[in-house]
Design a protein around this ligand. Structure first.
Ligand SMILES: [Zn+2]
Length: 122
């Protein structure tokens, strides 16, 4: 994975990163990226890799890729996933809802009874 640093993205100053879909180079907007908590910085890198690996522009699919790479690797990985998506998705309610469902699915697959119940009653 190759990373190219930019001081800012003048056309999209709040976007922390983007991917060149031709070659998979992740371009980082230093000004926005540096404001993020460290777990969200990691999330952003995995999310961008997801766009390239899955050859998709779909934000939810890139989020799920990041979750698949990061879930259960650290103590608060599932909570951090939700926090990161909520921080980055801003007013994209569909994307936030998708992240909640994805995390609930991970928990249900681990046998969490509350998560199973919530998914069944959806
Ligand atoms: Zn994205």
């Amino acid at each position: 994975m190759k990373i190219k640093w930019f001081e800012s993205f003048p056309e999209n100053p709040t976007n922390p990163a983007r991917t060149d879909m031709q070659n998979g180079v992740i371009e980082i907007n230093r000004q926005a990226y540096n404001l993020l908590p460290s777990h969200t910085k990691q999330f952003v890198i995995h999310h961008e890799m997801g766009h390239f690996v899955l050859k998709t522009l779909d934000e939810c699919k890139a989020d799920d890729y990041a979750l698949s790479q990061m879930a259960l690797k650290t103590k608060y990985s599932l909570r951090n996933h939700i926090d990161s998506v909520y921080l980055l998705a801003r007013d994209d309610v569909k994307r936030k809802y998708h992240a909640l469902m994805s995390v609930l699915t991970v928990m249900a697959n681990l046998g969490d009874k509350e998560a199973i119940k919530l998914l069944q009653n959806r």
